[in-house]
Design a protein. Structure first.
Length: 256
């Protein structure tokens, strides 16, 4: 499934700050031909496991493509089976995807067995970040000069990696939700990162916050002048968005 969702589920839509989640088996994802999207046959480059359940796979496109952080690709993982994955690199010829193989679906099976040189069909870009206000309005994201706080769990970090590679601001913060420190992808990723605050819920470790990201936000408070970008498990996204909107803050979420 796409980066940022719990195993066995996928996001079907965002609207007025709400997220709808259904079992993955009930969803048939097909390319829908968004304006500007294109089809490509890409070649799989060397990949790695980070940790053993998440595959970090890079594909090389035949020509350069253009997209924005927060957009995603549709990947054909089996005949008549397409899966959406957040783009973890900025525009170019290389497409980086993080795939959680614990879903055990067609996408997980493809990622598990993909080898360098394999050919794969994909379409991109689709979607965009959405901007949810405290008043409940939702509209397409636009660049903002405000301080940025990125909140992620699991492979939900993928779209943020694309933004960090494009440029990190001095006051950027990544708030990372983890069950244990062994789940921390940031220690294994070859990518630029801003200041990281790790929230670990199932163990107490030095230099981390003990609890969930929602606990951290409740403890430290919401900055109504900051822009919060949130991606990860649906329950986390819903809870964090509620906290931020209730405090009059701004929430940016993926559109798929």
């Amino acid at each position: 499934m796409d980066g940022g969702l719990t195993a066995g589920y996928r996001r079907t839509g965002w609207g007025n700050g709400r997220v709808t989640v259904v079992p993955a088996a009930a969803v048939a994802v097909q390319p829908r031909g968004d304006a500007g999207s294109g089809g490509y046959t890409a070649t799989v480059d060397p990949s790695s496991w980070i940790p053993p359940t998440i595959r970090d796979i890079t594909r090389q496109l035949p020509t350069r493509a253009t997209w924005e952080p927060g957009q995603y690709a549709l990947l054909r993982v089996a005949p008549y089976q397409w899966r959406p994955y957040s783009l973890a690199t900025p525009s170019g010829r290389f497409v980086r995807l993080l795939v959680d193989t614990r879903t055990r679906g067609h996408g997980a099976a493809w990622a598990t067995h993909a080898t360098p040189g394999d050919q794969v069909t994909l379409e991109l870009p689709y979607g965009h970040f959405l901007h949810d206000t405290a008043a409940g309005g939702t509209h397409a994201d636009t660049p903002s000069p405000c301080r940025r706080v990125f909140v992620a769990t699991g492979t939900g970090i993928a779209p943020f990696l694309a933004e960090f590679e494009r440029g990190i601001r001095a006051d950027d913060i990544l708030l990372l939700g983890l069950a244990t420190t062994s789940d921390d992808l940031t220690t294994r990723l070859d990518a630029p990162l801003p200041h990281v605050i790790r929230c670990v819920s199932r163990e107490k470790t030095p230099e981390t916050f003990h609890g969930r990201v929602t606990d951290y936000l409740r403890t430290t408070g919401i900055d109504p002048q900051a822009d919060y970008y949130v991606c990860g498990s649906p329950l986390m996204v819903t809870d964090v968005a509620h906290l931020i909107r209730a405090a009059g803050g701004y929430v940016h979420t993926e559109s798929f």
